[in-house]
Design a protein around this ligand. Structure first.
Ligand SMILES: CCCCCCCCCC(=O)SCCNC(=O)CCNC(=O)[C@H](O)C(C)(C)COP(=O)(O)OP(=O)(O)OC[C@H]1O[C@@H](n2cnc3c(N)ncnc32)[C@H](O)[C@@H]1OP(=O)(O)O
Length: 194
């Protein structure tokens, strides 16, 4: 089904406020560091997605996902679940870096419009669309091989702001120290009051 024929649900689905970029958010042109070296999306992980992101203008974050043979589902084509993973990473990174509010994915929806072949790079442009209390709505388009290439995948995500204890209680007790391996993510620079 072409993109135009897909049902257009309202987005964000609830009334929201305009997102406020945090005063300590990295500015346009900044290359974002991996937020955690062992992250499957952006970290230094064998066969991970190795996504690199750069802050763009007007609240857009540009991420690049180089699709390799390790990411196949059908022969020669990217696995849909890994494409969704790439968008989770790109959207989460956009929310975290621009708003500096710790948040986790509550809901993620993807529209797969075109196949994504091995050997292509997906150029993902993500932005925060609105905020309603702890609920943060973000969306992204993934273009084939260049920032203005054909759109292959679209995604929308709901991120829920959490306290930093979410990561230490449910995850690794040293989570905060591990996040701060990336100097720009000093957690004392975050808005941590959900
Ligand atoms: C710079 C950093 C870069 C980081 C990049 C990372 C990228 C990767 C990000 C991830 O993959 S995070 C991992 C995947 N996600 C999770 O593991 C989250 C697991 N879920 C939870 O821990 C909890 O369900 C959650 C914290 C999301 C919410 O639990 P809470 O008890 O804190 O909140 P609650 O359930 O009351 O929901 C808060 C609001 O969100 C709404 N909500 C929560 N989940 C929803 C959902 N799935 N759909 C719709 N609405 C949802 C909920 O209805 C409610 O709305 P209202 O305030 O209007 O009442």
């Amino acid at each position: 089904m072409s993109d135009e024929r897909r049902p257009a649900n309202p987005w964000p689905p609830v009334e929201t406020q305009r997102p406020e970029i945090h005063p300590k958010a990295p500015g346009p042109g900044t290359d974002l560091e991996m937020h955690y070296t062992e992250c499957f999306g952006c970290g230094d992980v064998d066969n991970g997605l190795h996504i690199h992101s750069t802050v763009g203008e007007s609240g857009v974050v540009h991420s690049r996902f180089p699709v390799t043979r390790a990411h196949q589902g059908a022969p020669g084509l990217a696995h849909g679940g890994l494409l969704a993973c790439a968008f989770d990473e790109a959207l989460g990174s956009t929310v975290g870096n621009l708003l500096r509010r710790p948040a986790v994915t509550g809901k993620l929806e993807t529209d797969f419009l075109r196949p994504v072949p091995v050997g292509t790079t997906l150029f993902i442009a993500a932005r925060v669309d609105g905020v309603a209390g702890r609920k943060i709505y973000a969306s992204a388009d993934g273009h084939l091989n260049s920032a203005d290439g054909p759109v292959a995948v679209r995604a929308r995500g709901l991120f829920i702001q959490v306290g930093l204890e979410h990561f230490t209680t449910h995850g690794d007790a040293d989570a905060l120290a591990k996040f701060t391996q990336a100097p720009r993510l000093r957690h004392d620079d975050w808005d941590i009051n959900p």
